[in-house]
Write a protein that binds this ligand. Sequence first.
Ligand code: UD1
Ligand code: CA
Length: 453
Amino acid sequence: MGTAAIVLAAGAGTRMKSKKPKVAHEVLGKPLVSWVLDAAKQAGVEQMVAVVGHMREQVIPLVEADAQVVVQAEQRGTAHAVLVCAESFSGFDGSLVVLSGDCPLITAETISALVRTREENDAAVVVLTMQPENPFGYGRIIRDETGQVARIVEQKDAKPEEAAVTECNSGFYCFDAKALFEALGRVGSDNAQGEFYLTDVLAICREAGRAVLALPAADAGECLGVNSRAQLAEATKVMQRRINARHMAAGVTMIDPDLVWIGPDVAIEQDVELLPNVMLMGATSIGEDSVVGPNTRLTDTRVGCGCVIDETVAVEAVIEDGATCGPRAYLRPGAHLCERAKAGTHVEIKKSVVGKGSKVPHLSYIGDTTIGEGVNIGAGSITCNYDGKNKHKTVIGDGAFVGSDTMMVAPVTIGARSVIGAGSVITRDVSEGALGLGRARQTEIEGWADSRD
Ligand code: UD1
Ligand code: CA
């Protein structure tokens, strides 16, 4: 009958002290709830429902591509949150996984293990349990004299001997969908918080004679819930280590993996070297033998093989094989360095192609420009692409040599193999092979210094 999942994401997350709903906060550039949805998808879950409530206008855009959205207008407890999804599962009698949208470290392997354990034992429910260092606040797993799970008691309802139990509810479950919705009808709210507890379903199923099992988590770290900024940092640290370990195992060098942050969708080839303080985010990719960093942030940027990227910020840029960047280069969207091209020190490039082997080595701004092959742009040269109202294009032909401190006032075309004298302000097109000069002639007054007194 397949596997379905409910992701709970209606809570307020007051301890985050934020204008943003908790599940929209990000770990390595990806919202908490998206981590959970992706883990479920990877585990082969076919149908997903996301329960939203608080600040839902900010949560819905994050989930609607992957999950059906169900609104829980008022948060009356975890059992109530699942119950509002009942309609979505009428007629479904497979495995139904319940996940918390604020637990981003859960893995596909663990979700699959929950499903497998339930199906192999025809259990009504399998709950993932853990032994946290400090169990305070979690529901406790109460077992009977034979060691079977009898029920779960919430912290606020626990008697001292129950509170002394160290095995805790992680908040992840796999249910027999039919048994779940039958039991939910019988969950009450006669407890310390006056809420409908999903955890009460376990005792109800057991009384109905169904198997209720606990699966101890292989790694308690997977169950970390994010309720505060400190826990957000903790989750980020765990995810950073996981991702970096995967890349190192695949042949990537990191001098200090604690100082490298890589998003989940970044692709890195073998023998890449990542130096300290590097952030690679979004759909970034790095080709073989490239060296990146130190102090570099690349977002949605494609880097080829054998590139050297030093102290660079790049967003939506393309850097082809053998190109070099920095130190202190800023490549904005649409910057494209072709093979062996260079964007050097204090160079900003936007929406421009720098042709094969062309160089922009020092202190330049290049915008809305097409630079051909083998071009040299002298230090301090700038394309004046903006007249205060509109942006205009500059075209620089193959083999052109632009002298230092040249202002190219767009729209303007500088012909192939032309030479521009240093300090020029170029306002008209320069023909192929010509010398273009646009500067005041130097004059000299002999003996000036002596004549002044
Ligand atoms: C819950 C469990 C507890 C477990 C802990 C693990 C219950 C009664 N208790 O406690 O046994 O140890 O998780 O972290 O289930 N939510 C809704 N709608 C609601 C209430 C909650 O969507 O009406 C969502 C929350 O946003 C959150 C999740 O469900 O993502 C868990 O709810 P929360 O109130 O945090 O439960 P805990 O008290 O942490
Ligand atoms: Ca919680």
